[in-house]
Design a binder for this molecule. Structure first.
Ligand code: NAD
Length: 99
């Protein structure tokens, strides 16, 4: 069985991915800042870090948890917001992944 770190695990898509992985017997760690997701979506068997994926402390989570896999779903996905503030959109959706 694997340890999987799932970003955006309080959101629509990734909370379902997390539920399935737990059902299959994998160990799940979720990182989500709850900016658009909900705590009630988080599977109680998952370990949860309320954290922005742009936070430099994310490195400490990786060092501690040592996941076998990362399943990345955290995203700013409001199209209106991306048009209003494209730099914020790029910061979350592009830059954060390159850190
Ligand atoms: N919903 C769909 O039909 C659909 C279809 C295809 C692809 N997708 C993609 O799947 C991904 C997830 O979509 P969703 O519908 O689950 O959206 P969602 O808003 O429900 O989930 C996104 C999650 O990411 C979290 N998040 C946002 N910014 C964050 C940050 N900086 N740090 C940490 N967590 C952060 C939010 O709190 C939320 O829980 C997106 O990339 C989206 O484009 C969604």
């Amino acid at each position: 069985m694997a340890k999987v770190l799932i970003t955006g695990g309080a959101g629509f898509i990734a909370s379902n991915v997390a539920d399935k992985m737990i059902e299959l017997g994998h160990s799940v760690v979720i990182v989500d800042d709850l900016s658009s997701g909900f705590e009630y979506n988080i599977n109680p068997k998952a370990k949860f870090y309320k954290m922005d994926i742009r936070d430099p402390k994310l490195k400490e989570v990786f060092a501690k948890e040592k996941p076998d896999y990362v399943c990345h779903h955290a995203a700013q996905m409001d199209v209106r917001k991306s048009v209003e503030d494209p730099m914020f959109d790029a910061d979350v959706n592009i830059k954060a992944v390159c850190m």
